[in-house]
Every structure is written in structure tokens, then in C-alpha cells.
Design a binder for this molecule. Sequence first.
Ligand code: PRP
Length: 176
Amino acid sequence: MYDKETLEVVIPKERIAHRVEEIAAEVEVWRRGDPLVAICVLKGAFIFFSDLVRQLSQPLFVEFLRCSSYGDCTETSGQVRLTLELEADLSGKRVLVVEDIVDTGLSMQAILAYLTRKNPKDLALCALIDKSHRRQVQVPIDFAGFEMPKGFLVGYGLDYAQRYRELPDVCVLHLE
Ligand code: PRP
């Protein structure tokens, strides 16, 4: 299925599925039965978000936010652009932001600042992958899936130049 010379599976889909179940259980404890607004940060989080929300109970509202800073590169441009804004009113709501990966933290810093201005009652961050050693700004991750070391990751929503998002496993892309 994969080109073995360039892709190495580092988190198989079975491990991801198990961890998603565990995260969903943690989120349920945190929300204490409140209505929840779950926000998917496009594009990277779309698969993780789809799996996670299907493990959560009602009442649940899904929203989408688009953020981009890497373009077709393996390093962040440092310029975080929100290209799709929220339509929902978050005032007084319990909100969960769902992200695929927190690397430098620059994207999530901008997103959390944007969402905080909308006055939610509570705002928590869920990220499937945490690359804490790469952090340039501090970002509090309330629900983290996997701490990952070096390597450029693709699959399960993550891309390199818009490719590989559809892979069921998280892989390291070895650029030859
Ligand atoms: C990726 C990823 C996060 C961000 C994390 O988005 O989805 O949003 O980078 O990196 P950071 O912590 O260094 O800011 P990208 O800009 O590649 O857009 P995408 O989600 O459409 O792939």
C-alpha cells in the first residue's frame, strides 16, 4: 500500500482507534453532560475529528475553522492565516478545539486567541499529536493523543503538500 522507501508507519490505525476511544472518555468526564461545541481545525484534523465526534454523546454541535501556515513546505512559514471563520456564537458555550498536530504551537496560539475573543464558557484543546520538543510558544493541550519525536508526519489527515492525508496510519515521511 505504501511506498516503503519514503513512508514508515509510526502509529498504526488500531492504536489510533484505541486512543481516540480513550480521549473521548476523557472529554466526556470534562464536559460533565454539558452541550458541547466541537471545532474541527481544517484541513489536517478532519479524519481525527470525524472519528472523535462519533464517540461523543449528545448534545453536540460541530463547527469548522480553517487555518494554514505550512503551505507546501515542511517548515512553518510563521504566518498563520485563518481562511475560514466560525459562524457559530460561542458566547457562554463549552468548546472543544480539535487539532491534528501541535508542532511549533504558532497555529494553535492564533486559534486560541481568536476563539477566546468569542467568550466561551470553557475552552479546551484536543490534539492527536504533540511534538512538544518543537514548541516555539507555550500552548496548553488538555487532551493529547500521542507525543511524537522527530520526523515529518503524514497520514490520518496530515499532509505533505496536500498529499497522504487519506492514509489510515500516521507515518513518517522520509524525504529522499
Ligand atoms: C498544520 C496542522 C496544524 C499546524 C501545526 O496545519 O494541521 O494546524 O500545522 O503546526 P504549528 O504548531 O507549527 O503551527 P497546516 O498549516 O499544514 O494546514 P493543514 O491543516 O491544512 O494541513
